[in-house]
Design a protein. Structure first.
Length: 112
């Protein structure tokens, strides 16, 4: 999914499997995102919502509902487009969670 985002020319994205971080624990993935100032995109709502909520300052969390390719990419692109109608996604997501709903709607809320 990250490569498809990069290919749009609009986003800088990495995927754990492409940078030698496949299979790492969730807290290690979050630590990497914090260190690199990267928004974390995941389907793992339970674990990452808890981990990110315990972080004082984070670049943001996007929770997707669909884990199947290419639906997950379409959902992420729709989420980013939704954010762009409201401003700069990077600014809007700081200390926020963007959650995709099964109804096709998106909800942006502070986290923590």
């Amino acid at each position: 999914m990250a490569l498809a985002l990069v290919e749009t020319g609009r986003f800088d994205a990495v995927q754990s499997t492409h940078i030698g971080r496949s299979g790492q624990r969730d807290d290690s993935v979050l630590a990497f995102c914090l260190q690199e100032d990267r928004v974390l995109v995941t389907h793992n709502a339970v674990d990452f919502r808890r981990l990110v909520a315990a972080t004082e300052l984070h670049p943001g969390l996007i929770l997707l509902t669909d884990s199947a390719w290419p639906a997950s990419l379409e959902e992420l692109l729709a989420a980013l487009a939704w954010l762009e109608t409201r401003g700069d996604p990077a600014d809007l997501l700081v200390n926020h969670l963007l959650e995709a709903g099964r109804d096709g709607c998106f909800r942006l809320q502070p986290l923590p």
